[in-house]
Design a protein around this ligand. Structure first.
Ligand code: ARG
Length: 578
């Protein structure tokens, strides 16, 4: 079932149609001023401009036609003109109640699922083998996992791929370091964490050492058996460590592929680009021009292969697209990668378009970039010692803070140690994820562990607390399972909450359209606040009128379910109690 604003838009569209007005202006939105009206249509003004007429006259024409619509008498309490020609709309409470009854039986909360059978690949996480995962990969993982959940809910077959950095020169650095050490024992994560920085420093310092790393990389990429065996081994070790980290973060991947999976496609791809005269020699390197005449800034060519024969990041990403088309034939690929890589993606996207690898009308390519996570000092987030913070340390830090805040708020204190730790973990993840997701992803944000773990303000813990509170209220009322809403009474205190519950599809569609989870965060926070005032303004458990009481309990239950759904889309799990 559509949102209330969509239902009203449909009615308006009929009126615009019969008046021969352009229907793109028939859109009805929630009004910004609830005191004046619940909804508003601003279409009369642009229509008047086109027709060179007075907008208030046009608004009146529209209202007259709407009033003749067969459903009008059931739907509208008032339709009036405001200011220069806004159409202000207030609904009948009986209509809001009827709508709520339908919503309460809709298992999809009004959100439509239409695109079944279409694959979407999401590329997020992107950790690099052998280097320990740090907060730099945190944003990508959190945002990417949320977009994956949103795509699934929208009806796509969403495939999350971690796309590890497992194929470049760092691999050769490790392999050559193992050679130098004469190492032939089992490889462990600790060892890898140790070896990589050592090798990388040495390579930076000595050109000869770097030459060894390059040679090892070349041999690996050409299928050297011994190197491949060792490489497999440390990939496995590294992936085991990563899986543990991502599990603790509650981030899921369907595929554990990496840059190396594109390797088998590179030679064929380059041959094809050469045949099309797209790949051209330049100073011994092989490049592909992607600049266009109307470019406002310079877009340099994509370097396919350097003079020493090594292929680069762009080449791998192009070949990965070929691999993904072959395995999933997706309708879109969404890359959740640092905004600073936007030029790279621009080049790659253009390259696969001009070469016909991924025609524009067959596949969408989206770089959902994100800003930097800064420390409270406004600079990119670092540990106190100045290093990058490891993911596991960050999580334990958040759990510790969550525990403190639980103490302060006097919560979860009747639990045994195990349950309490479980709750603290959920609170910590809610804090970290919500703090990240609530910002427009392109914005930088300040990682303030104290603020984000607080139970007050626009935070994950606050939302968990509200959800748990509603749950316990329902329990107190003896509500078990889904309430059947036979009759619904909407009174003054209930109206705003009922209206907001009906608007979820608008928020969801908007968040999907722009790949912006913060819109769902806004909704969750608004809903929690709306519930708070509802709870403060009316009786629920103590309500004498049974019909009013059961309507209110149904509102509580719907709010709870909606919060759990939205938080779930954000990758946030609500504890049973707190
Ligand atoms: N490993 C890369 C990094 O750490 C991110 C990979 C992003 N995905 C991609 N298909 N390029 O920066």
């Amino acid at each position: 079932m559509p949102s209330l604003s969509q239902q009203l838009t449909d009615i308006m569209t009929r009126a615009f149609n019969s008046l021969d007005l352009p229907i793109e202006y028939a859109r009805v939105n929630v009004s910004g001023q609830i005191e004046t009206a619940q909804f508003q249509c601003n279409g009369a003004m642009p229509c008047a401009k086109v027709a060179k007429k007075n907008p208030r006259d046009i608004a009146q024409d529209i209202i007259d036609v709407v009033n003749q619509d067969s459903v009008a008498s059931d739907v509208f309490e008032t339709l009036s003109i405001g200011g220069p020609g806004f159409i202000n709309i207030t609904l009948k409470d009986t209509y809001i109640a009827e709508n709520f009854k339908n919503l309460a039986t809709d298992t999809r909360f009004g959100i439509s699922s239409v695109r079944q059978g279409q694959n979407v690949v999401l590329d997020y996480g992107g950790p690099n083998i052998a280097k320990s995962m740090h907060v730099g990969h945190l944003r990508s993982s959190i945002i990417g996992d949320t977009l994956r959940r949103m795509c699934l809910y929208a009806g796509y077959d969403a495939i999350g791929d971690v796309h590890m950095g497992d194929w470049g020169t760092p691999m050769g650095m490790i392999l050559s370091e193992l050679d130098i050490m004469g190492f032939d024992d089992d490889i462990t994560m600790e060892m890898l964490a140790d070896i990589y920085p050592k090798a990388s420093t040495a390579c930076k310092e000595y050109e000869q050492r770097m030459a060894l790393a390059r040679e090892a990389t070349r041999k690996l990429q050409n299928g050297d058996e011994a190197y491949t065996r060792t490489w497999r081994e440390f990939i496995d070790v590294s992936v085991t460590g990563m899986k543990k980290n991502f599990d603790a973060l509650g981030v899921h991947f369907d595929e554990w592929k990496g840059e190396s999976d594109a390797h088998p496609y590179i030679e064929g791809m380059i041959a094809d680009l050469k045949a099309q005269n797209l790949a051209v020699e330049s100073d011994g390197a092989l490049i592909l021009h992607v600049a266009r005449e109307d470019d406002k800034k310079e877009i340099p060519p994509l370097i396919l292969r350097k003079s020493d024969g090594a292929v680069l990041y762009g080449t791998t990403d192009m070949a990965t697209i070929i691999e993904r088309i072959k395995t999933h034939n997706p309708v879109k690929i969404i890359y959740v990668v640092d905004q600073r890589q936007s030029l790279h993606f621009e080049q790659v996207f253009r390259a696969v378009r001009v070469s016909g690898i991924a025609p524009e009308d067959e596949m969408e390519l989206i770089h959902a970039g994100f800003g930097t996570m800064n420390g409270t000092d406004g600079k990119p987030f670092k540990t106190r010692a100045g290093g990058v913070m490891r993911l596991e340390d960050l999580i334990s830090m958040a759990v510790e803070k969550a525990q403190n805040h639980l103490n302060e708020a006097d919560l979860a204190n009747d639990m045994d140690e195990v349950e309490r730790t479980g709750v603290a973990h959920k609170v910590a993840l809610a804090a970290v994820k919500f703090a990240d997701l609530q910002n427009n992803r392109t914005a930088d944000y300040v990682f303030d562990i104290d603020r984000m773990t607080s139970f007050e303000g626009k935070t994950g813990p606050y939302l968990l607390y509200q959800a748990v509170r509603i749950q316990s209220l329902l329990k107190k009322a003896g509500v078990e399972g889904d309430l059947v809403v036979d009759t619904c009474n909407i009174l003054d205190a209930d109206r705003s909450l009922a209206l907001l519950l009906g608007e979820l599809p608008e928020y969801f569609d908007n968040a999907m359209k722009h790949y912006t989870p913060h819109i769902l965060c806004d909704y969750a926070f608004k809903l929690a606040q709306e519930f708070s005032s509802f709870y403060g303004n009316c009786h629920i458990l103590s309500e004498k009128d049974e019909a009013v009481k059961s309507s209110r309990l149904a509102l509580c239950q719907q709010t709870h379910k909606t919060l759990v759904l939205v938080l779930g889309l954000l990758g946030i799990e609500v504890p049973n109690r707190m």
